[in-house]
Design a protein around this ligand. Structure first.
Ligand code: 1CP
Length: 336
């Protein structure tokens, strides 16, 4: 059984594990080299040979025990007919959502479009040591809807007018997305991934009274789908503060990724029957090494007696120094 499965399924506290969100990409020179020769990001994600190579880059460099598939949450709207462009220093830009195009799609068209992702997983699984975990992922329906309906502004605030005036179509699209996301998970797991991380990166912009309908419910449906198939899940409802408690009680995933605004002591005392992952602010890596280790020690000590997966409270930032990250990895591996 892979290390992550041991922790998530058997709740084995002696099994230590560490991986990082966004470990394959942006900050790594070996990724940047490939990226500079592949200007179209979607095409790069759909190039199985290169995507598998990128997935394995952080494993080669740091001997981490989990690999996360190099792909993107926005391949889903792409496969559903929406144009997705990644513009330098601006992030993703999607063409306007077109319900007529959306309606022409079905699960077989959708998964056929994403077949290269499943091939990436197959190629990677063959090359990855058997005791290492291969993590696949999806964006939660709400987080995808934020991009698909262009619901947030540059300051990362939600455009509430747009949200409320399009609520019906957003709700209907959400229902459809759940179905597509479940088949995307099933295909990824059948191709060789053994854990699924569900990123609800924009849960925190939802008004509190909409959390149940747009965040908890869709995450629950997807987690229940996975439970029926014995697929371990790690949820990441970023930015919802103490609503992590309601989220955890409602959704009951195997693992939960803490964001950096969550007090780890509060989490340990309040979130029950769940494996903890992450928490540290990835920006800590911009500080000097003694500060980095002190922060890592804090999390490792708090979660010493419970199953814990070392990670951050969000993805590694592009400015991360790969050597400093390497030193942190050694520190965590040797910490008793
Ligand atoms: O320009 C570039 O070089 C592309 C940068 C990049 C990379 C390396 C993007 C654009 N996506 C990715 C890969 C990616 N995205 C992975 C696989 C690599 C890994 O984790 O090791 C994963 C898991 C994601 C997930 C993802 N994409 C999320 C959820 C996690 C999170 O960071 O909140 C989100 C919101 C996206 C959308 C996205 N993709 C890319 C950008 C710039 C964005 C917008 C959000 C952002 O600014 O990070």
């Amino acid at each position: 059984m892979s290390t992550l499965r041991k922790i998530l399924v058997e709740k084995d506290i002696n099994c230590k594990s560490m991986w990082f969100m966004r470990q394959a990409g942006r900050y790594l020179p070996e990724f940047r080299k490939i990226r500079s020769q592949n200007k179209n990001f979607i095409n790069l994600c759909l190039n199985s040979k290169l995507s598998s190579q990128i997935t394995l880059q952080p494993i080669k460099r740091y001997n981490l025990d989990s690999a996360i598939v190099f792909s993107d949450i926005l391949l889903v709207p792409h496969a559903l007919g929406q144009e997705v462009k990644f513009i330098e220093n601006q992030g993703p830009v999607l063409s306007e959502f077109n319900i007529d195009v959306f309606k022409t799609k079905n699960e077989s068209i959708f998964t056929k479009e994403l077949d290269p992702v499943y091939q990436t997983i197959q190629i990677t699984r063959e090359k990855l040591n058997k005791n290492k975990s291969l993590i696949s992922f999806i964006g939660s329906p709400w987080t995808l809807l934020v991009y698909m309906f262009n619901l947030k502004n540059k300051k990362h605030e939600i455009n509430l007018n747009k949200f409320y005036s399009n609520k019906l179509i957003i709700k209907n699209t959400l229902k459809q997305l759940i179905k597509y996301l479940c088949s995307h998970i099933e295909k990824q797991v059948n191709s060789g991934s053994d854990v699924v991380q569900i990123f609800d990166s924009w849960a925190g912009v939802l008004p509190k009274d909409e959390l149940e309908q747009f965040c908890y419910m869709p995450n629950l449906e997807i987690v229940n789908y996975c439970k029926k198939r014995k697929i371990p899940t790690i949820c990441f409802p970023k930015g919802i503060g103490t609503s992590y408690l309601d989220f955890n009680n409602f959704v009951n995933p195997d693992g939960i990724n803490l964001d950096y605004d969550i007090d780890p002591l509060w989490a340990k005392e309040n979130l029950k029957n769940v494996v903890f992952q992450g928490g540290m602010n990835p920006k800590i890596l911009l500080k000097n090494e003694s500060e980095v280790y002190a922060e890592a020690k804090k999390y490792l000590d708090i979660f010493k007696e419970v199953p814990y997966i070392f990670n951050f409270g969000h993805g590694l930032i592009p400015e991360t120094d790969p050597d400093k990250l390497g030193n942190l990895i050694n520190f965590v591996k040797n910490y008793k």
